[in-house]
Write a protein that binds this ligand. Sequence first.
Ligand SMILES: [Zn+2]
Length: 239
Amino acid sequence: MRGWSDVKIARATGIPRATVRDWRRAGVVAEASRATCAACGGAEHDPLALDRPAYAYLLGLYLGDGHLARGARDVYRLRIYVDARHPRLAEGVAATMRRVLPDSRASLTPHRTDHMLVASQYSKRWPCLLPQHGEGAKHLRPIVLVGWQQDIVAEHPDQLVRGLLHSDGWRGTNRVVVRGKAYDYGRYQFSNRSDDIRELFCVALDRLQIPWRRMNRWNVSVARRDAVVALDALVEPKD
Ligand SMILES: [Zn+2]
């Protein structure tokens, strides 16, 4: 009966569940073994136990500009590059990795050449948490979220948008001169070569009721004044 739940033992034996539980505590019956994940060998994944807003943000960052690489003994390293001019943002990225996978440490190191900070974390669990991992560039293969990921991004579209904009987004200003007077309007642009990833961005904006416009093949723009105000409240600047 090792590995059986109290309920299963109670049903099979006719002994009340409370009695089985007392026996377990007393060591009469072996502890039910925790189920393990066949892919990574860790405890079975429970999407409900994840820090879901942190996950939605991290997924956006990963889909935008994250790299997952397999190392020795099937330990994977997740890396997210942040421009070195935005150290606070980079610290936030490393902290988000820790919130998603609290068991392993995330580090932040300067990149050797590129004026970048690299937030990274090693774990065997990343491929299960980021099943979009695969060979080749993300825009050359389909990027389809699995059911539990779809649930999370539906719950936290703001965090997905935040992650995508922090990695592949840009906020600029349009200056319009009317009768000699200059007016500045903020504008967001999201640029990604994967049709699937742009679609995820646009669906999340629709959920937030933020209007967007397709600019050209790889770019989506948010430029209406109320929409920019809504995004400003959601996406803190990259400093
Ligand atoms: Zn796993």
